[in-house]
Every structure is written in structure tokens, then in C-alpha cells.
Design a binder for this molecule. Structure first.
Ligand SMILES: Cc1cc2nc3c(=O)[nH]c(=O)nc-3n(C[C@H](O)[C@H](O)[C@H](O)COP(=O)(O)O)c2cc1C
Length: 341
């Protein structure tokens, strides 16, 4: 079995998936991720908007050290955060379908599904694109959580239940392969969004999209010179919160993303309830070897299938009301040492 996992009707050989990004925007990029051993590969998102494609012209990437310094170009290190602007693939739909078909064919021959991705602009257009993609890929991911949606109308970030339900229902009706819906982490109730996506027909839900970010440089400007999208190891517990809460509340397969850099991080996503984990920033920093290492480490830990491990952290996780009183540690400000007693 070796880490085999099933997500909303799609079986993959291991739970370490490559998430959508510029790394998966070309045929070569898709093939490199397949060959590095990914369980599945999500292709770069497309949509119908010319503005979303133009937005790639202003893409920029700032890697940020743990103590907040922007690294010089080309010197990112494991554990860095990434603040960036990004756009969508600059390719016509027909050409993109050819690339997807080539990637999917390469993946299928090696047991690695290559998944098409749409970042929402108009739901009707997303449905048309999804229908065409379903002819060449075994599953489609609909991203309705893009943080860039807060900065530009070429992509949309949905944070309300009704909007999520309507968009997913429209795309679901057109797509006859498994449909995964990637949600934002920035909403007051992400579990409610997941419920809406599921009731509208999503086969699995991806949790959670990156957060908006802003990093002043203290010289009158800011990193990238704009707002951006932020991923970092510090995002991990925030992502896991929504994965765990959704796993506890709903019966829907979950795909984790946002903050997994190490084998332990991937396992934590699984323990919180994800059946697969989409990784991106760690691969930008460390290349395909990182992916190969993650897959080997996760497989070695799991031994057999991922199934029994998924959600294992929830059995002993209590609500505040059920936690028995604990002794405050001596170092807390309200204990003797700090109050001078
Ligand atoms: C440069 C970059 C481009 C991305 N582009 C897309 C995209 O087109 N569609 C999408 O659904 N997610 C996109 N993402 C989000 C990733 O798929 C992933 O969910 C996110 O980076 C969190 O995972 P990480 O912490 O492993 O980076 C992008 C992320 C990065 C860093």
C-alpha cells in the first residue's frame, strides 16, 4: 500500500501532491513533478480572463527569513516564507488542454494523476473550461480561495456560503470527473464554506488557500511594493485548525494545503483529517529532491495506507469545555515568580 490514499474518487499512490503554481505551468514542469514521485500533480490554474493572464506579467516573489529579512534573489532557504504576486497561465485554452493532456498521459503511465485547475472568475466560464478539462484529466480542482482576488477582479475569492454554493453547483453540473474545491482560510466560518461546497456537489474540499500578506520595509515602502499572498511554516497551525474543524464536523474528503514543508508537517495534515496534502513553497525553495524526500518520509512513517492515520489527532482533541483544570506553569506572569511573591 505504501501511503496509498483515495480522495473523492481519485486514488493516488501517496498523499504528497504538488499544488497548483508556476511550477506546474508547463508540460516540462508537470512531467518533472510526476517524475519526482508526487502522488498527484495539480496543474497551474487557468480561467477565461485575459486580465488574469496579464497579471502574470507583474508576478514577483520575495522569500523572507524566519526573522523577517527579505532574501537576495536566488538565496531562499528551507523554512522561509514567500510573499508574492501571481497571475494565471498565459496560454489559450486549446493549447493548455494539449499541455494538460500530455502531462496527464505521462502521469497516467506512472500512476500519478495530473489534475486540471481553474481559479474562479465567472462561474459559467469556469463550468465551460471544467467540461473541456474533464475530457483530458481525471479530476478538476476549482480554486475559489485565491488571496489575489482581494487585489484584482481577474480572479475571485469567495468567502460567503451562498456564493460558494452557487459557484460550485454551476461548475459541478458541467464536470463529470471528481471535482475538488479549494477554499480560502480567510473567512469567518470555513467549515460552513466547506459544507456549502459539499452540498453543491464537491467530491473533496481543499483547505486552505494562502493568506493575504503585507511586509513594510521600514524605508517608506514594502516588500514587492504591493500587497501580496503569503505562505510560511507559521501558516501551518492555522491551516490545520480548519482541516481539523472540518474533519470533525463534516463527512467530506479533505485535501490539506498551506504550510507543509517537512515530512512531519505532511503527517500533521493527515492526522488533522486531510487525505492528501498539496505542497508548493517547499518545492520552489528546494526543487524536486524535496518532493522525493517528502514522499519517502511519509511512506516510511505510514508503512501501509494513509487511511487509518487520517484524522487520528481528533480522537483525543477536546473542546475547551471538556478540558480538566491544569496547574499553571511557574513561568506564567500571574504565578509567584512574576508577581514578586
Ligand atoms: C507562486 C505561487 C503560485 C500559485 N498559483 C496558484 C494557482 O494558480 N492556483 C491555485 O489554486 N493555487 C495556487 N497557489 C497556491 C498553492 O497551490 C498552495 O495551495 C499554497 O502555496 C500553499 O501551499 P504551500 O504552503 O506548500 O506553498 C500558488 C502558490 C504560489 C506560491
Amino acid at each position: 500500500m505504501d501511503g496509498r490514499t483515495e480522495v473523492g474518487g481519485l486514488v493516488t499512490a501517496n498523499p504528497v501532491w504538488v499544488g497548483s503554481s508556476e511550477l506546474t505551468m508547463t508540460r516540462e514542469g508537470l512531467i518533472a513533478c510526476v517524475d519526482a514521485g508526487a502522488g498527484a500533480v495539480v496543474a497551474k490554474s487557468v480561467n477565461e480572463s485575459a486580465a488574469a493572464r496579464r497579471q502574470l506579467d507583474i508576478a514577483d516573489y520575495a522569500f523572507v527569513s524566519g526573522d523577517g529579512r527579505v532574501r537576495p534573489a536566488g538565496s531562499a532557504r528551507p523554512g522561509d516564507g514567500l510573499l508574492n504576486r501571481s497571475g494565471l497561465a498565459q496560454v489559450d485554452l486549446d493549447d493548455w488542454l494539449d499541455i494538460l493532456a500530455a502531462g496527464a498521459g505521462h502521469g497516467a503511465a506512472r500512476g500519478c494523476p495530473v489534475i486540471g485547475s481553474i481559479t474562479l472568475a465567472d462561474a459559467g466560464a469556469a463550468a465551460r473550461i471544467g467540461r473541456a478539462m474533464a475530457e483530458v484529466v481525471p479530476a478538476v480542482e476549482l480554486n475559489i480561495g485565491a488571496p489575489h482576488g482581494r487585489e484584482a477582479s481577474a480572479v475571485r475569492q469567495l468567502t460567503e456560503v451562498d456564493a460558494v454554493h452557487d459557484a460550485v453547483r454551476t461548475v459541478r453540473a458541467a464536470v463529470d470527473v471528481p471535482l475538488f474545491v479549494k477554499l480560502p482560510g480567510q473567512a469567518s466560518d470555513v467549515v460552513a464554506l466547506a459544507r456549502a461546497a459539499r452540498s453543491a456537489g464537491a467530491d473533496a474540499v481543499g483547505l486552505v488557500g494562502r493568506y493575504p500578506g503585507f511586509l513594510p520595509d521600514l524605508e517608506g515602502g514594502a516588500a514587492l511594493g504591493s500587497w501580496g499572498a503569503w505562505s510560511s511554516p507559521g501558516c501551518l497551525p492555522m491551516s490545520l485548525y480548519w482541516v481539523g474543524k472540518t474533519y470533525a464536523a463534516l463527512d467530506v474528503p479533505l485535501i490539506g494545503t498551506n504550510g507543509a514543508r517537512t515530512v512531519t508537517d505532511v503527517l500533521r495534515f493527515l492526522a488533522a483529517g486531510a487525505r492528501a496534502v498539496e505542497v508548493v513553497t517547499a518545492l520552489w525553495i528546494g526543487g524536486p529532491a524535496v518532493l522525493t524526500g517528502l514522499v519517502a518520509g511519509v511512506r516510511a512513517y505510514l508503512g501501509g495506507g494513509a487511511e487509518e492515520f487520517v484524522g487520528s489527532a481528533l480522537a483525543r482533541t477536546r473542546s475547551y469545555a471538556d478540558v480538566p483544570p491544569v496547574r499553571p506553569p511557574a513561568w506564567l506572569p500571574y504565578t509567584a515568580r512574576w508577581s514578586g511573591r
